[in-house]
Design a protein around this ligand. Structure first.
Ligand code: ZN
Ligand code: ZN
Length: 339
């Protein structure tokens, strides 16, 4: 089964947080956090359509300038979501530059400031020197983005400031039965993506799917009925899920929110700045330990835990953090108790 989402951390475990997620079927990409982005190729930055910033501590936001630099002259629209204050953070960064020669630039940046109960949005256009235009305020219930193939959810965590955690969910995973496809006698091609898109969009059973292909160089065309194709060719399995949690206190309210958000995730990306031996430091700085990350992963029944965002104090000891997180995740190390 091919994954719909192609996640990769931009930096190593001691580097700034940043998770780039390619979207296999839709094209384009999503980004969780904007730590240093210089290791992300320009072509991958330019694939981004939506960016989600957990909070604006510098290690999660310093990469905004690379994004700005690469997108500035592009004919593109980017949506950036962040916690309360994000509009001021973005406009503050933009105010640090001079914008008198960009009036022909088509780039549009929509910034969405996410509160627990509402989202306040502004549009910033290069052509007007990023003068903010209000887009209004919408009520909010936790879903940042919703389309037929996937959705993005968020919760507000306590990092002594609000810090957003995210979950990306594929709605259902549609697999093609290769044996039946061979019997249909039409080679695989873009028409299968069109079929999947139509199913995800909830189109009626009598909708027509047009398959085009080449047979010995001769163009062929066949019109097929969606309902028949779905019954014959498509097997539906639960979709892929990715959760992303950074910079948070191991408190009861935070743990409850994380466990619900990340429940059953295929991959759970979770910060673990500290080892259990430095638990007091983690509490003081509103961060997680590797043991706490493993505890959360076990409680959330995720399939795979990926810890990152390690303190430089453990330089050369990454294996200790991985081992501690894995031991708590597997139940070999007793779970930690939230405060
Ligand atoms: Zn951080
Ligand atoms: Zn932080």
């Amino acid at each position: 089964m091919k994954s719909a989402f192609l996640p990769r951390l931009v930096n190593g475990p001691f580097g700034d947080p940043g998770l780039h997620i390619g979207l296999r079927w839709q094209g384009g990409a999503l980004q969780f956090d904007l730590g240093r982005l210089d290791r992300l190729p320009a072509a991958d930055v330019l694939k981004l359509t939506q960016v989600f910033v957990s909070h604006t501590h510098i290690d999660h936001f310093v990469g905004f300038d690379r994004l700005l630099r690469l997108f500035l002259a592009r004919d593109a629209t980017l949506d950036l979501f962040g916690p309360p204050g994000i509009v001021g953070n973005v406009t503050g960064k933009l105010a640090g530059y001079t914008w008198n020669l960009v009036d022909g630039y088509p780039w549009v940046l929509n910034v969405h400031e996410v509160y627990p109960d509402r989202v306040h949005s502004v549009r910033l256009r290069a052509t007007t020197a990023f003068s903010p235009e209000a887009l209004g305020t919408q009520p909010f219930g936790g879903v940042l983005h919703d389309e037929p193939s996937f959705s993005i959810h968020t919760v507000h965590l306590d990092h002594r400031i609000p810090c957003l955690a995210f979950a990306l969910r594929e709605r259902t995973h549609l697999n093609v039965r290769k044996d039946e496809l061979a019997r249909v006698g039409i080679p695989a091609g873009p028409w299968l993506n069109a079929l999947k898109a139509a199913i995800r969009a909830g189109e009626p059973d009598d909708a027509v799917i047009t398959a085009r292909w080449l047979d010995a160089g001769v163009p062929q065309l066949q019109r097929l009925i969606l309902g028949e194709l779905r019954n014959r060719l498509i097997v539906t399995t639960p979709g892929q899920k990715i959760a992303y949690v950074v910079d948070t206190l191991f408190s009861r309210p935070n743990a409850a929110k994380i466990v619900e958000l990340a429940h059953g995730a295929d991959v759970f990306f979770c910060e673990s700045l500290f080892l259990d031996e430095d638990r007091d430091e983690a509490l003081k700085r509103y961060h997680l330990t590797a043991r706490q990350a493993g505890t959360l992963a076990r409680m959330a029944e995720v399939k795979h835990l990926h810890v990152f965002h390690f303190s430089p104090r453990y330089d050369g000891q990454a294996e200790r953090l991985y081992a501690e997180a894995a031991a708590a995740f597997r139940g070999e190390l007793a779970p930690d108790e939230p405060v």
